[in-house]
Design a protein around this ligand. Sequence first.
Ligand SMILES: Nc1ncnc2c1ncn2[C@@H]1O[C@H](COP(=O)(O)OP(=O)(O)OP(=O)(O)O)[C@@H](O)[C@H]1O
Length: 619
Amino acid sequence: MSPDRIQDARRSFFSAGTLAQNLVSQPIQRSWSRCAALGLEVGSRSLPEPLTPQEFAAAAEEAESFKRLCRPELEVLYADAEANDSIVILTNAQGLILDTVGSTDFAQRAARVALRPGVPWTEQIVGTNAIGTALAEGCPIEVRGAEHYLECNRILSCSATPIIGPQGKILGVLDLSGPAEVHQAHALGLVRLAAEQIEHRLFDRGFEHTDLVRLQADPSLLGTPREGILVFENGQLKAANRQGLLLVGRDYGAVGTAAWADLFQDGLSAFSDTGRLRRIGGSSLFGRLDRPRKKVSAISSPQQKPVTPRAIQPIFDLETLKAVGRAVRLLDADVPVLVWGETGTGKEIFARAAHERCARSGKPFVAINCAALPETLMEAELFGYQPGAFTGARAGGSKGHLREADGGVLFLDEIGDMPLALQTKLLRVLQEREVVPLGGGRPAAVDFALICATNRDLAELVRTGGFRSDLYYRIAQYTIELQPLSRRGDRDQLIDALWEALGGRARRITLSPDCLAHLTAYHWPGNFRQLVGCLRAMLALCEPGETAGTEALPSDIRANPAECGPGRTRSAEQPASLDALTINAMQDALQAAGGNVSLAARRLGVSRSTLYRRLHGQL
Ligand SMILES: Nc1ncnc2c1ncn2[C@@H]1O[C@H](COP(=O)(O)OP(=O)(O)OP(=O)(O)O)[C@@H](O)[C@H]1O
């Protein structure tokens, strides 16, 4: 919808009180009417109240398994969001923002209208918006600029979709938000696809005792996230995904009410495991039946126990494998290890690999991201607390992550973001090997091996007073540096290995030589995270047996000519335009910074996202 048409629609709705036909979509019109009926002030500038840190911690803990379930898709979208000055948002079923990842620049702008973790974005509180309206309408929606009810939210352009559980209950919302002036035509498609994959994974476990039917009009899509799923217990429809219901022309109202015989002409017991299924009053479909394997009593509900995302085996080059070996020897000798690397270079994956191979492998691996924990909660989360230590504390108290790591390995990610007061406390634990929980109580002995990680210059932080020197010398006895992908000369082999690990070969999807050349030439500022995310997205968009050409690539990678990656040479004969000189200067700065976008942007005196967008032809 063009901005002018939205303005016309606003004028007729807010001044004349009428809804002009077709100026904005029906769902937006319905939402405006709901907001008007609630008496929301369009010009209101008061921001929605965030939850208190304790309330937010409780909500985040409750949603922990849901967040874990959505993590692979968040990583896929993260790469796209960072490149497009946008953020990915995950909320719970009440529209409370649990997580945002993506462009730091845009996240800061979004925070000015309280689009940030800890704030509920329901229609009742912030008027028409993609998250709240997707919840109210129960379907995917895009809300652009002035379609937002409140004037202050016009700076946003957001696409959101509810994530729906097997019984039709909304579990949360996935949203991609960016600046209103940039129309991201593919954003809604991307979040829908991601939600479809999350919803599909919900059927991986918990339905072993039931008849689970996979459906598709095209048999080659059976076994992919595009397939429909219907679950029957004693012939009654008990669960389904959206695609499954669409294929049989029903909605979630059919779950719990419809029977097999209402949907198909062929009897369930007569259906052999794979074949055609004739619908009642419709065309036939291809189906595959997973027959029950376990007794009902042994099964817990899939919503209570969502599956953990399918992770791929890490792929290490020889250098990294040797570094893992060194880390193992250090951990076994009780020497802390510091892993340094740009974002997404696989610092946590590296730490996990070292844990799996070290003497403490049978014991816990506890990973804590010091940048992700709100400062107010970090102390309680790390050191634990006594019952009633503070308002909002869990009744039984908490052991704390340091004690949870007892016997195993503690991984402190983004250690450079730990507040100074906690650095002092952590140093004491490392020296005395005991933890004193908040609110008093007896000190408890702890024994863990320590791996810290950062993408910051800790020595510089020490010089500027942001990091305690004594803690620095304690944790940085041995530093391992992980190379950014921009510096790796084996990117083609790496892409090939990741493609295989992600299932590309198993699904008979090949990368065309041109496509592989683009992927190889690209400098991957988001490193493994961006590369894995990009390959996952390409796999999701390709059909089995297909060859992925350059059209399957995200636009920024496609726009980066294969021969013009880092290390390209400039022709001395060609006169350079101002624009070309700027781009070249940016590319040189990026190369000089070893591919570190933040560092290059700092040196050039421009923002990270300006550098990024400029290099990818978006400015
Ligand atoms: N060696 C690897 N092989 C395969 N995939 C990897 C590898 N390293 C990282 N990844 C992928 O990249 C993602 C990010 O990895 P990880 O969280 O370890 O990076 P990080 O350097 O700790 O990131 P950050 O600095 O943002 O904390 C992983 O979830 C995984 O998908």
